[in-house]
Design a binder for this molecule. Structure first.
Ligand SMILES: NC(=O)c1ccc[n+]([C@@H]2O[C@H](COP(=O)([O-])OP(=O)(O)OC[C@H]3O[C@@H](n4cnc5c(N)ncnc54)[C@H](OP(=O)(O)O)[C@@H]3O)[C@@H](O)[C@H]2O)c1
Length: 250
């Protein structure tokens, strides 16, 4: 049976790598993001059927309309990769612009909910073998300075994933919270609002995860036998671990 992956945030990083990984196995693809030029280029690179949609996941009406307008050959979605997301404002909570907090909530929480809600009927119709892979983060589990709303938004992703599992019990639809650690993508460039040297410095001298590493996890999760649900995957590079608690002293 033809398999279709619906990937949000396919213009960069994990989403783009996932498009290549799923295409390699012959899956048809629905690819979305705001940067249409990148989607057009990506479609050119892939040799499987691809439907692109310029979409801001924060816009619930636009998401609903785009899903309703899916061409027939792309409408029976097998896997939803809820990947679009971002971190902003790496400085401490007291120095953050409120608008950056709102943007993270609107994208990582509201956007993910918008897409999930629009695609649930389709995924339930697909039934056994369908998957929702929500991209969380280690920041949703472990606190660190400067994570404030970003980490909290990813904690939402984790709990929403677990709760969805309860409500989808009996439908055959699987739900996974895939939570990566440090990975080299455009993530830090976005977080620092275009500071290439800050991004380069973060990844310098270590071995972060690559976008392809995460795409591999996504493909593995989506192609497991129908009766297996991976609830949560937390994946870090070997060279990343936890730090000691911070103690404030006189
Ligand atoms: N890299 C890491 O270290 C890391 C670690 C843990 C979790 N994550 C999570 O992994 C996911 C992918 O991030 P990445 O590392 O691949 O970063 P990235 O290279 O910056 O890619 C982010 C993607 O999200 C899309 N996006 C952002 N805002 C959007 C919006 N409002 N509407 C639609 N699409 C939007 C972007 O597309 P457009 O700009 O074209 O819209 C882009 O394709 C995110 O959810 C991120 O929080 C990343």
């Amino acid at each position: 049976m033809k398999k279709i992956a619906f990937i949000t945030g396919a213009t960069s990083g994990f989403g783009k790598a996932a498009a290549h990984r799923f295409a390699k196995e012959g899956w048809s693809l629905v690819l979305s993001g705001r940067r249409i030029e990148r989607l057009l280029n990506l479609k050119e690179e892939l040799s499987v059927p691809v439907h692109i949609m310029q979409l801001d996941v924060r816009d619930a009406d636009a998401v609903k309309q785009a899903v309703a307008a899916l061409p027939d050959e792309f409408s029976a979605v097998t896997a939803l990769l809820n990947n679009a997301g971002l971190a902003l404002a790496p400085q401490g909570a007291a120095q953050v612009d409120l608008s950056d907090w709102h943007t993270m909530i609107d994208t990582n929480v509201t956007g993910l909910v918008n897409v999930t809600h629009a695609l649930l009927p389709t995924l339930i119709k697909t039934g056994s073998g369908a998957s929702i892979i929500n991209v969380g983060s280690i920041a949703g589990q472990w606190p660190y300075p400067g994570s404030h709303v970003y980490g909290a938004s990813k904690a939402f992703v984790k709990q929403f994933s677990y709760n969805l599992r309860c409500d989808l019990q009996g439908t055959g639809v699987r739900v996974t919270d895939l939570s990566p650690g440090i990975a080299e993508t455009e993530f830090t460039l976005v977080r620092t609002k275009g500071d290439q040297s800050a991004s380069d410095n973060l990844y310098q001298g270590t071995t972060p995860l690559s976008a392809e590493d995460i795409a591999e996890q996504m493909f593995y999760i989506a192609s497991l036998p129908d009766h297996i649900n991976i609830n949560r995957v937390e994946v870090m590079p070997t060279r990343q671990a936890w730090s000691p608690f911070a103690i404030d002293r006189d």
